[in-house]
Design a protein around this ligand. Sequence first.
Ligand code: SAM
Length: 333
Amino acid sequence: MRCVTIILPRKNGVLLLSEPFPGSLEKLLRPAKPRALVEALRRLQAGFTVAQDRRQGGYLRHAPAVAAYGAFYGLRTATKVHRLLNELQPRPRTVLDLGAGTMGAALGALVTCSSIDQVHAIDRSRQALNWGSERLRAHAPNLKIKTFAGDLLHRKTRFPTVDLVLAANVLDEFRHSRDRQRLFRAMFNAVSPGGLLLLVEPGTRRASQKLIEIREAVKSDLSILGPCTGAARCPYAEHPKDGWCFSEWEPQEPRWYGRLRESAGIRRQRLTWSWLALAPEACRPPRGARVISGSMAVGRYLCAPEGRILSSSASDSWQRGTLLSDWDQGAME
Ligand SMILES: C[S@@+](CC[C@H](N)C(=O)[O-])C[C@H]1O[C@@H](n2cnc3c(N)ncnc32)[C@H](O)[C@@H]1O
């Protein structure tokens, strides 16, 4: 008998089962000359890593910044939305992407949900919206696209009613809680009956806590479709010092992407994000339990309908954020 040894990549003892970015997204967002984007990406990244109160707004004003954002961060945003919609399985016809930037979120939805025939997008950067519209049209030439360049919080800005409202990396841009609350209400009012609001934010403690605050405030009036699996109170609202709720995924990067990232001085290959999916109509939370901690000597924490539980039988293939849909606590005891 022939034996074959397969060496699987590990980091801190955890098995990394990496997959490539979705091929259609990578193809749409791959730049003709990645090297030309390095300097603009380096500047964008430096802007994102300074303290939030020192950030300069309007970083998507110039063509090089828009192209660098669209190719690098846009691919990440689109991939996160693609992974989330694969879990949530909505069938929207109309989509609204708020704070859309280069429309990575809309693109992620478009390649995932074949039911979409109309996309609306609002952002203060006209250049970013034009860049994104071109990519959407390249994927779906018959798609109806309506963009509006303006301020999300301006009293004259109107949000159309749609089946799927997306807001990726937007709430974190607003420093004042009253602005976030106003924006959240307006976003939610734009969801049609039977529709869905999907908020995707960075995987940081601060961004996750903002989503947990929203979840705790609205949980008795709206349906929460994820990441929560039905716990009466979020385990991280109960134990905020223990951590925060986020998902992670380490892609197998195409060569151009890895080179661009490294040349711009961005060390982290791993994608992390926090998220919240809400619906106006009564819906059940997803079945099962979600992995909400990294790998520990004693196992991993899961978020289940009964709250936070420790699973000592954690599998190497679980990643933070994985939904274990056939998890049955009774059967494990
Ligand atoms: C971090 S980017 C996210 C872009 C895109 N959603 C993504 O995830 O790839 C934040 C976006 O919000 C937009 N934005 C921030 N504040 C805004 C406001 N008050 N009105 C309109 N757009 C705003 C910015 O122009 C930028 O495109």
